[in-house]
Unconditional design. Structure first.
Length: 184
């Protein structure tokens, strides 16, 4: 039992991967240039302004010219300007709120050339939100043990520790501790 009690000090605490960041308006606009649909912007030359209100909002201009798209912070001579809350803009982008429904309900307001705005729906490939971190597995925990060794915790110990982990994702693992191989 003495060796088992000492095992609690062998490793530094396991730190699971961080959770995925939340979807932000800045990330949506920040990924637009990499998501351009060349067929969707073909033949379009116009600046599209976006005023996104509330927490996480801001102002952006999507400049479309000769098949290229540039996203700039601030409003820069837009031919059409869309205004909506950050919450609603994120929901529209993720497909949780239909853009036309947002418009007809007053959640999305438009000033300028509405004809240009209807074309904007084809400009970009679907936005992919940041992915959540993978679920932590037993293999992750055992696979990181060498990098988490506490040299003071294993000082003076030479032993093999067997683990039988039951349930989904379980398995059999052996942790070999030999003082000479740690902390050097």
């Amino acid at each position: 039992m003495g060796l088992l009690v000492k095992a609690a000090n062998f490793f530094n605490k396991y730190q699971p991967p961080a959770a995925a960041p939340e979807v932000t308006v800045a990330d949506i606009f920040g990924t637009m240039e990499s998501r351009v649909n060349p067929d969707g912007v073909a033949g379009i030359t116009a600046n599209y302004g976006y005023i996104i209100t509330g927490s996480g909002g801001g102002e952006w201009t999507v400049c479309v010219a000769e098949g290229a798209v540039q996203v700039k912070e601030g409003l820069q001579d837009p031919a059409v300007t869309t205004t909506c809350s950050a919450k609603d803009w994120i929901a529209i982008t993720l497909g949780k709120l239909d853009g036309m429904t947002a418009f007809t309900s007053g959640k999305l307001k438009v000033e300028g050339d509405m004809g240009l705005l209807t074309k904007a729906a084809q400009f970009f490939k679907k936005y992919t939100p940041p992915q959540p971190a993978a679920e932590v597995t037993v293999a992750d925990i055992f696979g990181t043990m060498e990098s988490r060794v506490n040299p003071d915790g294993v000082a003076g110990i030479t032993a093999n520790y067997g683990y039988i982990i039951t349930g989904s994702g379980g398995g059999e693992w052996t942790v070999c501790v030999a003082e000479a191989t740690w902390g050097s």
